[in-house]
Ligand binder design. Structure first.
Ligand code: URA
Length: 427
């Protein structure tokens, strides 16, 4: 493909013009093959950041990103497929109990996940805390596991939307991540290329999320639902709270342990509520008449979890790693916990070693934060509020600094947001 000039395309977007379908196809193709220089794509990403993409441009941009790689095909499976994508939050371990619950309802769940970057954790990093568990599966192994077990959580291959891999890395270092058309096309190109029949988006809103305000989260959700629906994927979005972190843990092994508690019929109420809300959407989207709460209560979801972990080399019965150092933070006064800030908790977990600053950094399986109270809980002076875990004691001070302004004890409980704030379906 040739005949366009990168400088002209950048100038057109800079001046607020609509890019043609041919220009968009060329840009994505030429950038993926290295014909367009990184600095030119940086300028175009910044122009899009300020000028946006209209509906027609966005749809073509997303299709071009999908066509930069392979499209997976699950149509030969004996069950319908459903997938979930979360825009990322603190303590967001929901994929771990969700995939087995939905699979136990008779729906195949091909969950291609990522590793964490910054203060939000990655599903693969969490699962890699399980001794022996492997994230990399061949296409054939994935299909076999989907047919036999019903759920797979694994790494996306490099041939799935390669244009997005390159562009996302560039956006990360040019301050152009937060553009709604670029986020929506990035997420949806991967999900559509993955070939799922139905998709549920968990769009987080609040301090620990990408989208800090309800308006921005809603705009992102509507944009993604429209892209999915136009591509023939039954897509709905739930707007969910990320002002407060989910559950009672943020890290890797600690979040696996909490997920297993949920599968065993316990676990924190908010994690159970959100998992079941997303599961109901996935099961309905797949056109299956089954009750996720029953799949959980009967223990069938736990059976799927064990099979899913074993099929990928993990030992579901093995002890999870524990950290070399732990430290507790206690309340200095009586009262009620009025606030627990997701961003502060996420940064603390990251500083303890649970996350990475650069994508090539290792993570500590046992690092993380446990909080023993949630907003609305009464506390007594001296009561343990947090336990910090890390293999490197020198990380603890910096983690404590992140947590210092992240919680408050007051005289009475304030208003707390519901976990599920809204539901957005195709118009
Ligand atoms: N996650 C993605 O995959 N892409 C984005 O642009 C943002 C979050």
């Amino acid at each position: 493909m040739s005949g366009f000039d990168a400088v002209e395309v950048i100038a057109a977007k800079r001046d607020g013009l609509q890019l043609t379908a041919e220009q968009i196809d060329w840009v994505i193709d030429a950038y993926t093959s290295g014909e367009i220089a990184e600095e030119q794509m940086s300028a175009l990403a910044m122009a899009i950041f300020f000028r946006g993409l209209d509906g027609a441009e966005l749809s073509r941009w997303t299709t071009a990103m999908i066509d930069s790689g392979i499209r997976m095909d699950f149509s030969s499976l004996s069950r319908p497929t459903a997938d979930k994508h979360s825009t990322g939050g603190v303590g967001d371990k929901i994929t771990l109990p969700l995939a087995p619950i939905v699979a136990a309802c008779g729906v195949a769940v091909p969950q291609l996940s990522g590793r964490g970057l910054g203060h939000t954790g990655g599903t693969l990093d969490k699962l890699e805390a399980i001794p022996g568990w492997r994230a990399d599966l061949s296409g054939e192994a994935m299909m076999r596991q989907l047919e036999e077990v019903g759920a797979v959580i694994c790494a996306a291959g490099s041939d799935l939307a390669p244009a997005d891999k390159k562009l996302y890395a560039l956006r990360d270092v040019t301050s152009t991540v937060e553009a709604i058309p670029l986020i929506a096309s990035s997420i949806m190109s991967k999900k559509i290329a993955e070939g799922t029949g139905s998709l549920v988006l968990d769009v987080k809103v609040g301090s620990g999320a990408f989208m800090k305000t309800r308006d921005r989260a809603e705009e992102l959700a509507r944009t993604m639902v429209a892209l999915g629906t136009d591509a023939g994927v039954r897509t709905v979005a739930l707007l969910t709270d990320m002002e407060t972190p989910l559950g009672r843990t943020a890290g890797n092994a600690v979040e696996v342990a909490e997920s297993v508690e949920v599968l065993a019929g316990g676990g924190p109420e908010d994690v159970v509520e959100l998992t079941l809300a997303l599961a109901r959407e996935m099961v309905a989207g797949a056109g299956v008449d089954a009750d996720p709460a029953e799949a959980l209560a009967s223990g069938r979801a736990m059976d799927v979890w064990r099979s899913m972990i074993s099929a990928q080399g993990g030992d579901p019965e093995a002890d999870l790693p524990t950290a070399k150092h732990s430290e507790q933070i206690t309340a200095d006064t009586d009262g009620v916990l009025t606030r627990l800030d997701a961003l502060g908790v996420g940064l603390a977990a990251w500083r303890l070693g649970a996350g990475r600053a650069r994508k090539e950094d290792p993570v500590q399986a046992a690092a993380g934060v446990e909080w023993h109270v949630r907003p609305g809980d009464a506390v007594r002076a001296g009561q343990v509020l947090f336990t910090l875990h890390t293999d490197e004691a020198e990380r603890i001070e910096r983690a404590k600094e992140s947590l210092a302004g992240a919680w408050e004890i007051g005289a009475q409980a304030g208003q707390t947001s519901p976990v599920v704030i809204d539901r957005i379906a195709a118009e």
